[in-house]
Design a binder for this molecule. Structure first.
Ligand SMILES: [Zn+2]
Length: 147
């Protein structure tokens, strides 16, 4: 290998790693899934709506529809790669941190931020219905700017 080929070698991509993550989650690593996974998981943990992710995909010249973004986010959630934080019937955020924790919803900014699991104590949970087990408890504390 001569010097020129060393210098022109591309910067290592996270793609092979994300492809493996998708396969392990039981998802076929299609080009669109890998591209969306790259956008979602290439930085610090965060909360993103389908519309925000579509905007990021457009900016990164990833050609996907909002329907594909929705489907992919729900597939990632079902596969355990994301957690859904449902604010109301028409608004959901997808959290790249799937560990147990809670959220503040900042109504003025329409933004979700984390509350550590230890920040809220949940007591006296009712017995779950017969034949069911509690998987987790999500708390969303809704706040708005003080007038
Ligand atoms: Zn979170």
């Amino acid at each position: 290998m001569h010097e020129r080929s060393l210098l022109s070698r591309p910067i290592p991509s996270r793609r092979p790693c994300l492809t493996a993550v998708l396969r392990m989650a039981g998802l076929r690593p299609t080009r669109q899934r890998v591209a969306l996974a790259e956008l979602l998981f290439s930085g610090a943990h965060r909360h993103v709506s389908a519309e925000q992710l579509l905007g990021e995909a457009d900016a990164a010249k990833v050609n996907v529809s909002l329907a594909t973004v929705y489907n992919t986010l729900h597939q990632f959630r079902t596969a355990g790669l994301l957690r859904e934080v449902a604010i109301d019937a028409s608004r959901s955020y997808f959290d790249t941190d799937t560990s147990d924790h809670h959220h503040f919803y900042l109504e003025d900014e329409q933004r979700v931020i984390d509350i550590p699991a230890s920040g809220i104590v949940i007591q006296n949970l009712p017995e779950p219905p017969y034949g069911t087990t509690i998987t987790h408890v999500d708390v969303v504390v809704r706040v708005r700017k003080t007038q």
